[in-house]
Design a protein around this ligand. Sequence first.
Ligand code: ARG
Ligand code: ZN
Length: 851
Amino acid sequence: QPTRLADYTPFSFEIDSVELTFTLHPTATRVRSKIAFRPNPAATDPTFFLHGEGLNLISAHIDGTPVTPRVTDTGLICAVPDAPFTWEAEVQINPQANTALEGLYMSNGMYCTQCEAEGFRKITYYPDRPDVMAPFTVHIDSDLPVKLSNGNADGDTWHDPWPKPAYLFALVAGDLVAHSDTFTTASGADVALNIWVRPGDEDKCAYAMDALKRSMRWDETEYGREYDLSVFNIVAVDDFNMGAMENKGLNIFNSKYVLASPETATDRDYAFIEAIVAHEYFHNWTGNRITCRDWFQLCLKEGLTVFRDQQFSGDMRSAPVERIGNVLQLRARQFREDAGPLAHNVRPESYIEINNFYTATVYEKGAEVIGMLRTYLGADLYRAGCELYFNRHDGQACTIEDWLACFEEVAATDLSQFKRWYSQAGTPKVSASWRRDGDTLHLSLSQEVPPTPGQPMKEPAKIPVVLGLLAGDGTEILPSTLMDLDSPNLDLVFDLKDLGGGTAPDHVVPSLLRGFSAPVVLDAALSAQDRALLLAHDTDPFNRWEAARSLLREVLVAEITGQGTSPEQVARRDMVLSALQDFCTDESLDPAFIALVLTFPSEDDLTQAVVDAGLVPDPLIIAQVRDGRMAAVGDGLKDILTRYYLDLDPGPDYTPDADSAGKRALRNTALMLLSTPQDLALARAQFADATNMTDQLAALSVLIKGDDREAAQAFEAQWREDRLVMDKWFMISVASAPASEALQVAQDLSRHTLFDWKNPNRFRSLLGGLIANPAAFHDPSGAGYAFVADWLIKMDGANPQTAARMSTAFETWRRYDADRQALMLEALDRIATAPGLSRDLGEMVSRMRGD
Ligand code: ARG
Ligand code: ZN
């Protein structure tokens, strides 16, 4: 029963207008719909089928005459005229009972909706597919003071003039207060801006509002896109499956991505709020004005909109620091996905449950694909292609082909090979080697795209490799140059005498894949000395960071795999330490950048590195080696770290800007490296004195790791009443706990009075905390797997989407030893055979098992 891209057919009717009337009641909401249909001349099948799930149909009329449709579990079919007609229906639904948080549901007494991807069918009968677009008018009947829907308001009636698919419908009603502001568009239109929150939260909206205004301006200057309604509303909701939703004119947000104060939100939270506010706002053009023909095209709006929000954050903050952060995320989530049983195309070709495809591959790799397109075309042609796309397709539901055709046209180029990025899963591996021949450097690049489920054979991808060359003294002899690796091999020849200005340097070091110009795994034969040179001298900040990271990773992997005591490795460690020392001493560098260089690869990253080395990872050893090496580096760099720690105190006046955040990041990285379970004095002092959540939480993490339970209790006592802060506490209590205790802590916390498991944020905090502690999750007894499996089964009964997302904890089972593999598969089997298993979790488990 999978849905397939190849089976697309247009809907049999078009819609001229939709009118909805909601009479809200917690357990018996009535929804009346009046929809003007007209036969679609492009359709082949005349069947009138409307989606509908869990609806109680009260009445249905066609052109005023009662009709009796044939109702099934998934919708209804009705005989209709072969001419325009008006459909009217009334249904009853129960928002209070809706724990799946899809469709119309209640959160803390407030009504709200989530319709993407296929939630509108739980609200009324409708062709719930993105290619059916219509203008909506919505009446809301309720005693609640605030009633919102899409578009512009006239009393309790909302009218959205822009045709939209049902997944962009939204309704909110509740006892809410607004933080308000205004924005004047480039062409002079005034827009009322409101962020709606529960009373008491109104003083935590200023940053989100500021981010919204900056996003609106940025989209005007960078993409020429203006806002198109007289009001823009954002609502913060405590119970939400995802981050946020771009409903036309009425964005609905998980409250964790709206509410912020220095005392309760970390610098990371502020950065996420800025990025997500921008992301949802940018969807107004990339997603709403131009939407997707079908859900296979999800990356058309998501990859592009992620790329746009990344550009925005890069402009608002430090571009290299943002880039490194994005690549860290991509590797941690998307590379992991691409290397396992859940690997899929950026544009998938079949699905059972579309909600399972809101993935790192569609979003983050989708964004990388847009970035590569821009790299190939250059900024001007990229902008021209976007312009053509907006002009040509405004008001349409489009495909990847429509998008690419705009760039083929403005650049007069053929993108058919580039398009393989959309249809081949797996992370390409690029290998680079080079040799000197007198004054000539021969550089060979080759590529290989690994097999993935259902795709044993791959064609060569078109890979933009930006590279430069450094001489042995650190001077750059070739600045960043774009090379096109579009075949299995590419041989490049450089005249070093020429590049060296008359004399060929003795030693040359290539700086490859600058700025991470393509989402590939690079295997380059760089010696440790060469990487130290790049760390010290590369003009490309990304590759400076990458050099440090790979040096650290190599040192750690050697130690993890038992080679750490060889004289060679001891010498290597000294060399890496002194390279880091030299790097840190350069006080002209951005503290945020230094913090990234000093941040160790994660346990998950190291696990993959061990697997890549052909060995079997032991999560406990990985955690121990990583902790030990962090302490050693902290000791080796003690003087400089202490100096940074003392000098960078930004003082009591917290501001969330990137500069101040960078100082705190470096200071807290220093804290982490300088602290050991035996020496927690600095962390204790910081915990006691902290006046902002960034510093308080950083100190708490160190203390929990050092097994200081009093700090965790003090934090709990201080913040019990704050939902978002308590989410952090649940998470960190487990994620930072010593491996030997984390599972017990998780079990205890699952019985805590504040463990409201049906709240997705709280559930993700506790379960995510355990999963983020690999040495505990992968406990050899299998108890960690069993704990997570039990909770997934329980959550699946209430909220399949959230259970399915969390289940990816098991996607890496093939990495481990036979005993762990068996235990992980046993957990998956138990989920697979749970009574009443949802389609969502069922699909995930069966893909992970490789069925
Ligand atoms: N379109 C939203 C965003 O990325 C994501 C919402 C997806 N929700 C879902 N249930 N699949 O901004
Ligand atoms: Zn999005």
